[in-house]
Design a protein around this ligand. Structure first.
Ligand code: 13P
Length: 287
C-alpha cells in the first residue's frame, strides 16, 4: 500500500522503533524489499537517489514500477516511495512522477537558503499529501555523486528547519555514507541528544546505516531516531552472493546463465539483509 511516510514515522517515534529506508536500484531490489516488508509485517521506505532514478531511466519509470509491483504482489503493509538526497529540481520531478515522499537535501546551501527552499517544498509536498525530509549538517562520504564533509549539525539550525513543518529531519551526527573507516569516531550522541531536546516529537533520520554497530543503532533509536537509511549493505550482500554463484561455476551449469537464476542468490541476500535490519530497528509486526 503506497502511502506518505508521515504516519509510519509518527508511530515509530511514539513506539520507540525505527522504520528502515532501503535504497533500490532495479526490479530485483524493489521486489526483495517489498516481499520482506510484507513477510515481516513491517512498514518500509523505498529510497531512490537521483543517480538510481537516472539509472532506472527516470523517476516516472520508478514510480510506475513501484506502484504496479505493490499492487501485483498484493502488498498491504505501508510503503513510502521516497526521493533520497534530492536537489531542488529533483524534488519537483518526483512530485510530478507521483512519489509519495521526498527528501530535499539543502545542507550544502547557507542555512537561510536551505530554510527558504525547504519551506517552499514543505508547502508543495503537503498540499499533495506527500511527506518531506530535510537535512541539516552534511552526512560524510559519498553516495551517487552526493559528497558530504560529515560535520555535526547545529541543534538550533535543526530546530529552525523542524519548525518549518517537515515530517522528518536528517541531521549529521558523525554518520557517513558507505563503509565506516577503521578510525571512525562513532556517532555523536551528545549532538543527537541536543537535537532531540530542541526538536521534540520530530522523527529524526539516521543516514549511513551500513556498518553502524547494533548497540549504537539502539542508542540512536532511544534518542529519537525513527528512520534509518541503508544502501551500501544491500549492495555488498548482493555482490557477495552473486560472486559466490559465479565462482562456484553455477552460471555454467545447465540453464544457470538464465538471468532469473543468475540474479536469484543476490536477490535472496538482499532479503536476508533487509530482514536483519528490520529486526534490529524494531519495525517487525508494526505495519
Ligand atoms: P549507506 O549506504 O551507508 O547505508 O547509507 C545509506 C543512506 O544514508 C542513504 O541516504
Amino acid at each position: 500500500m503506497l502511502v506518505s511516510a508521515t504516519e509510519m514515522l509518527k508511530k515509530a517515534k511514539e513506539g520507540h522503533y525505527a522504520v528502515g529506508q532501503f535504497n533500490i536500484n532495479n526490479l530485483e531490489w524493489t521486489k526483495s524489499v517489498l516481499l520482506t516488508a510484507q513477510e515481516l509485517n513491517s512498514p518500509v521506505i523505498l529510497g531512490v537517489s537521483e543517480g538510481a532514478g537516472k539509472y532506472m531511466t527516470g523517476f516516472k519509470t520508478v514510480s510506475a514500477m513501484v506502484k504496479a509491483m505493490d499492487e501485483e504482489l498484493g502488498i498491504t503493509v505501508p510503503v513510502a516511495l521516497h526521493l533520497d538526497h534530492g536537489t531542488y529540481e529533483g524534488c519537483y520531478k518526483c512530485i510530478e512522477a507521483g512519489f509519495t515522499s521526498i527528501m530535499f537535501d539543502g545542507s550544502h546551501y547557507p542555512i537561510e537558503e536551505n530554510i527558504e527552499k525547504t519551506k517552499e517544498l514543505v508547502s508543495v509536498a503537503h498540499h499533495l499529501g506527500m511527506s518531506i525530509e530535510a537535512e541539516v549538517g552534511s552526512i560524510g562520504g559519498e553516495e551517487d555523486g552526493v559528497v558530504g564533509a560529515g560535520e555535526c549539525a547545529d541543534p538550533d539550525e535543526c530546530k529552525a528547519v523542524a519548525d518549518l513543518g517537515v515530517d522528518m529531519l536528517a541531521a549529521g551526527i558523525g554518520n557517513i555514507h558507505g563503509k565506516y573507516p577503521d578510525n571512525w569516531a562513532g556517532l555523536s550522541f551528545d549532538t543527537l541528544d541536543a537535537i532531540q531536546q530542541k526538536t521534540g516529537i520530530m522523527p529524526l533520520v539516521l543516514h549511513g546505516g551500513t556498518g553502524i554497530p547494533a548497540d549504537m543503532i539502539k542508542k540512536a533509536i532511544s534518542l529519537g531516531v525513527s528512520k534509518i537509511n541503508v544502501n551500501t549493505e544491500c549492495q555488498l550482500s548482493f555482490q557477495e552472493a552473486t560472486r559466490k554463484y559465479i565462482e562456484e561455476g553455477k552460471d555454467q551449469q545447465g540453464k544457470g546463465f538464465d538471468p532469473r537464476k543468475l540474479l536469484a542468490p543476490g536477490a535472496e541476500a538482499i532479503k536476508a539483509t533487509v530482514k536483519e535490519k528490520m529486526e534490529l530497528f524494531g519495525s517487525v509486526g508494526k505495519a
